[in-house]
Design a protein around this ligand. Structure first.
Ligand code: GLN
Length: 541
């Protein structure tokens, strides 16, 4: 079968959940037996979001092959259960970088290099790239931003050109809009959608399907009205009502027939839909919890939920696996100190110290680790969270009061976390961390090995600093165990405290690989430990 292309654009407002709609459609098509992938085109000029502050852009999601990407790729992987790659996230910066590099090489000698055709040619080349690999029947491309933005114009123009260059039934365009409810008037309003579709049509792109986000159900009358004004078939105006969980959206889209309409538009035979039983079973557990735990996520980007997106989602998956609701409490590490730590963390059944960069809030993270270690509260540290667990151990167990990571205290006499050797000569900031999946060999009879149930795992990384092995022997003698090591370099990837009921920390980011249907093992075990801690505390009271 020739590869087919679905484009998803957005209008009226940002944050409508284009990524979730694209991922839900992909899930439905995948469950009909099609080979599907999703890619995201982002209109900003950064080469990738790796250098962006999480406050600007939410979490930076890392792929297996080490690309620093938009957090929507996390949704794609969680919904589809397949890995994405460097090729799945393209930015305006990448496009221009390629074109300008080619210009310097002389590829356009004699020509004026312009947005049309040179930039749009490069956009189209990348839009078709995954399809040309032969690995996919359907490639879904989500265009970031909102139609009408200056930044997204070259992307919309490229879709316009492709609509003419590819066979008629090779392209389907979906436009996601907002149909707001005006409480004072007691009405849903379709005008913003009409205007947004007009803007798209002025750019020469005709949507085949309109998906309307709304708080309330759209009547047949409203749908017909939008179809009439927006030049789409009656029946191709689809409602996406606010859902209690993002994982409900594929089922809502199935009920609305989104996948059928897309397949019709692409002229593809309708394979029967599988029953999505694993997704339904997950939702059943999610909606019917039998218990609840309170877990602290101690970090410094707590004002913005999206900054820890994959961690939050991992708790949703791990909670459902334990038939338990996980209530995540964001704790700002800058506001934690020795005087208030017991009060802040006392009510929690588990403490997770989050990844991060830089000095702000570090002392609060170290205090949170100390509290968890000394009070036998289940503890899980990720990346910077692991590094601070090592610093805490060095300070309070080994007695090196000045122990630190050289990231923030290069002059310390006890650099227990230090810059990796190959980072010492690196000066460029973008894309130069230790990124992507590496093997990790698990120590026999360790907590890590019991959790994973195997001897070797592969998890994803994003860091420059590492456990300083010069301190390993001393720390192991004092009761810390390095239970996961990279088999090639010996780098310490997991630490644990065997005398503590549940204390584990990883240099890698296990949250990137958790999905509803395959919840990540450490998160599942951590939630279980929190449940056990809660019931032992209740018994003691
Ligand atoms: N800042 C630390 C490092 O670069 C930790 C990074 C992280 O938590 N992702 O090693």
């Amino acid at each position: 079968m020739e590869t087919k292309y679905v484009f998803v654009t957005g209008g009226v407002a940002s944050s409508l959940g284009k990524g979730i709609i694209a991922a839900s459609l992909a899930k439905l098509l995948q469950s009909r037996g099609y080979r599907v992938t999703i890619q995201k085109f982002d209109p900003y000029i950064n080469i990738d979001p790796g250098t962006l502050n999480p406050y600007e852009h939410g979490e930076c999601y890392v792929t297996e092959d080490g690309a620093e990407t938009d957090l929507d790729l996390g949704h794609y992987e969680r919904f589809l259960g397949v890995h994405t790659s460097k090729a799945n996230n393209v930015t305006t910066g990448k496009i221009y970088n390629t074109v300008i590099t080619k210009e310097r090489e002389g590829a356009y000698l004699g020509k004026t290099v312009q947005i049309v055709p040179h930039i749009t040619d490069e956009i189209k080349r990348r839009m078709l790239l995954l399809g040309q690999s032969g690995n996919y029947d359907i490639v879904i491309t989500e265009v970031g931003g909102t139609v009408g933005d200056m930044e997204s114009q070259p992307f919309v123009e490229s879709i316009r050109q492709l609509q003419w260059e590819l066979p008629d039934d090779a392209v389907c365009t979906i436009h996601l809009t907002l149909v707001p409810y005006l409480a004072a008037a007691g009405e849903l309003k379709t005008k913003p959608t009409q205007h947004s579709v007009q803007a798209l049509q002025q750019a020469g792109v005709h949507p085949d399907i309109i998906v309307c986000r709304s708080e309330k159900e759209l009547s047949a009358e409203l749908r017909n009205k939008m179809a009439r004004f927006c030049n789409v078939r009656q029946g191709n105006v689809i409602e996406s009502i606010d859902a209690p969980s993002i994982y409900q959206v594929p089922l809502n889209m199935l009920a609305e027939g989104l996948d059928e309409k897309v397949l019709q538009c692409l002229g593809i035979n309708l394979y029967p839909q599988s029953d999505l039983s694993r997704l339904r079973a997950f939702l059943d557990r999610l909606y019917n919890p039998q218990d609840r735990v309170d877990i602290a996520v101690v970090g410094k980007y707590v004002e913005l939920q999206d900054a820890y997106k994959s961690i939050l989602e991992s708790f949703v998956h791990a909670g459902a696996a334990n038939h338990c609701k996980v209530k995540v409490h964001y704790i700002h590490s800058e506001h934690v100190d020795r005087s208030n730590v017991a009060e802040v963390l006392g009510p929690m059944h588990g403490i997770l110290v989050a990844p991060g960069f830089g000095e702000r809030g570090l002392e609060g993270k170290i205090e949170a680790v100390r509290y968890a270690r000394e009070n036998n509260v289940p503890f899980f540290g990720i990346c910077l969270g692991m590094q601070m667990a090592v610093v805490e151990f060095a300070r309070n167990v080994l007695g090196y009061a000045d122990a630190a990571s050289t990231e923030v205290r290069p002059e310390t006499a006890h650099p227990v976390i230090a810059l990796m050797e190959d980072q010492k000569t690196t000066t460029v900031k973008g894309g130069t961390m230790r990124l992507g999946a590496y093997d990790c060999a698990l120590e026999k009879d360790s907590l890590a090995q019991r959790i994973y149930g195997c001897d070797m795992v592969r998890e994803r990384h994003r860091h420059r600093y590492e456990f300083n092995s010069a301190y390993l022997q001393e720390m192991e003698q004092a009761g810390l165990k390095a239970s996961g090591r990279n088999p090639q370099t010996g780098l310490v990837e997991i630490i644990e405290l065997p005398q503590h009921p549940f204390f584990i920390a990883t240099q890698f980011h296990p949250e990137y690989k958790s999905t509803p249907e395959n919840p990540q093992a450490i998160f599942v075990a951590f939630v279980k430990a929190a449940l056990d801690y809660k019931s032992s505390k209740q018994k003691a009271e």
